[in-house]
Design a protein around this ligand. Sequence first.
Ligand code: SF4
Length: 385
Amino acid sequence: MSFYDEITAAGIAGYDAAVDACTDGDVSRALSKSRTGDSLDLGDFMALISPRATPYLSDMAVLAEQYTRRRFGNTVSMYLPLYLSNLCLNNCRYCGFAAHNRFPRKFLTAEETRLECEAIRRMGYENILVVSGEDPRHCGMEYFREQLRIVNQYASYMSLEIQPLDTPEYREMKSLGVDYVCVYQETYDPECYRENHLSGKKRDMRYRMETPERVGDAGIDKVGLGALLGLYRWKSDVVALTRHLMYMRRHYPETRLSISFPRLRPAEGGFQPEYPLSDRQMIQCLCAWRLFDRELEISISTRESPRFRDVITPVVITSISAGSSTQPGGYAADHHDLSQFVINDSRSVAEVSAALRRHGLEPVFREARSQILELAGSEAAFPAA
Ligand code: SF4
């Protein structure tokens, strides 16, 4: 049974009410398990995101930070998105790249990708997230084969956020050097999903929701799950996403999992989120997630404000971006505005790094793997006597 079958059978309609019905007793049980290090179940998670847990937010934050530091040390991994293309055949109501929006479209040539990679390396990054709209006519496997071979020369860790693929294609992606695939479900509510995905392949909710399983089947190191908060009732989507996480832990124990909480931002087309999530509610969800799953990697993008990122990063975050551009060619060339969404934290890499250090955290731009390979290479050059 796939996760799509599981969540369809369960339905997510009752989650909002179930979260709101959590009692003080439920919250204190979940907190006490968190203090003693016991495992939390889905009911505990719901208690921690409920209104009854709000008065305990600072307790949750203290515990969450302890777990984050214990598991991940005092480091934060730095990554940068590389937008290859803003062409897209889908019509997602909330996205600036949607096919119905009229503005200049572009996909990078091999030479432009190389220039982008060089600019990214000059910024200090080796952890590169390759992003593209979904247009297999121009950006299909043949295109990605060529582009990823180039990116892989510059990246010590290569991630992918493009259209969902079949398992054999993910196997090939792995052979091209892809370490991590992000595929966000946007919302787990079927009706809301239909309303917001007007046309294109993304309308196929099952295919999208089963993508993390195909990535796991292909043996790729890490999968990123997420929901676009603000699209639907956030409590329901957050609980459904947690179930998705539990499913992946159960069925793919070897796969590392990451989660992202993109909140809807204004985009081309004037879309406004219907169910906005306050900073306080978002912090509560993030802390609940850390207490629920202490191995979970959590990333935060430049959609969030500098203040919010500075506050939440020491508590739960394991990877962040800084100095991002969401337009193809945005690092090496001065293109027209081709962006996917409005960036909220426009600080430079140096400014974000300095903010992290003020909180006692060290930004890490290189994956340990590349440092090990470098060391191994230098030992090969100087063989032991
Ligand atoms: S969210 Fe992705 S699939 Fe939807 S329009 Fe934007 S780029 Fe295309």
